[in-house]
Design a protein around this ligand. Structure first.
Ligand SMILES: [Zn+2]
Ligand SMILES: [Zn+2]
Ligand SMILES: [Zn+2]
Length: 359
């Protein structure tokens, strides 16, 4: 750790959603937060009692979709046994003054990512990851097409109990909901404002900055060098079509985002060929994370534009992405109360450690 990095204390504003800011405080003696448990490595292939393992298909609700559709499945989608949203249409009855409720209408499904019980993302083949993304894409498309009341389809994954996974078998989830989540709405809103001012997508600008290797900021009056920044330092992994970057204002210490290099607002428009590259970039990114913070619990979520009738057009200003958020420590009261996340390692150092891993 360099002299400078050992003593960072600054509040960094997330350029896309300014309300999600981060206090980077790496000063020596800064007490780290309580660490989350690591998930023990259990390379088990099959568990007799697991409802998601092969041969136990009768222990889950019926299959909604399987890949391949006939014969031995590699990926399977089923209804969630305990859905957070459903289509039972009971009137909530709580609409009084400020107490407005929207009906909890929607769908909640589970994607069994792989037939192997304990396989982790970086251990899956690129072709399997491509198939998984194709499954996400197809189901997302169907959910939007089948029901006009659905305003947002969120795909996410929980790995480890602290990240919310109640079943150990590798799986992800899809929630189709009647509202656009606030954090997605914030991203859409701020990126549209940026677009109106600068006529360019803010995510594309961030990628351009990440790919610019060095920038020198001069003092306007004296002409002296005020600061030299090495912006290429945020790149973790690069494919032909995708890039994995460490956000400058990361809420989670090891957070990494993956974005298509070419401007694309809707995940559904991504081609099969591109999804293969995405599989490769995700596999390598997860392998890097595993090498540095092995067994960390994490969430990832896919942020894509809502569908046309779900709001104003944002196809030029929004840019879909995958946010990977390893949960290495427990948020404190300060963080929950202020909404300001604390990072005790600088995002630049974290990026360098991830990049330095030999795969
Ligand atoms: Zn299993
Ligand atoms: Zn863009
Ligand atoms: Zn996002």
């Amino acid at each position: 750790m360099s002299e400078k990095d050992s003593n960072v204390r600054e509040i960094r504003i997330n350029p896309v959603s300014p309300s999600e800011s981060v206090l980077v405080a790496t000063a020596r003696g800064m007490r780290p937060r309580t660490a989350e448990k690591r998930v023990a490595e259990v390379p088990v292939d099959h568990v007799a009692k697991c409802p998601f393992c092969k041969g136990n298909e009768d222990k889950t609700p019926p299959t909604i979709m399987a890949r391949p559709s006939e014969g031995d499945w590699k990926i399977r989608i089923v209804e969630n046994l305990y859905p957070v949203l459903g289509d039972d249409r009971r009137d909530t009855g709580i609409n009084f003054g400020l107490q407005q409720a929207i009906e909890g209408y929607g769908r909640h499904e589970v994607i069994i990512d792989h037939k192997s019980h304990g396989i982790r993302m970086h251990e899956m083949d690129v072709s399997h990851l491509q198939m998984l993304f194709q499954t996400y894409r197809q189901r997302m498309q169907e959910l939007y097409a089948n029901d006009k009341r659905i305003r947002y389809v969120l795909i996410f994954k929980n790995f480890g109990e602290a990240a919310g996974a109640s079943i150990k078998h590798t799986h992800s989830q899809i929630i189709a909901m009647p509202v656009i989540p606030e954090n997605v709405y914030n991203e859409i809103h701020h990126s549209r404002n940026y677009y109106e001012k600068h006529h360019q997508c803010i995510f594309c600008t961030l990628i351009d900055e990440a790919l610019t290797f060095e920038a020198t900021i001069y003092d306007r009056e004296s002409g002296k060098i005020r600061r030299k920044i090495d912006v290429g330092q945020y790149v973790i992994e690069r494919g032909k079509k995708f890039i994995a970057i460490k956000p400058f204002a990361s809420r989670y210490e090891w957070e990494v985002h993956i974005l298509p290099l070419k401007h694309e607002s809707d995940f559904i428009s991504t081609s099969d060929e591109d999804l293969e590259d995405l599989g490769m970039v995700l596999k390598n990114t997860m392998a890097r994370l595993d090498r540095v913070i092995g067994g960390a619990q994490y969430n990832f979520f896919l942020h894509s534009q809502p569908h046309a009738d779900a709001g104003e057009d944002c196809s030029a200003s929004y840019h879909w992405h995958l946010e990977i958020c390893p949960r290495t420590s427990i948020p404190t009261g300060f963080e929950l109360g202020s909404g300001l996340f604390v990072s005790t390692i600088s995002p630049e150092d974290a990026a360098q450690r991830l990049r330095d891993v030999k795969l």
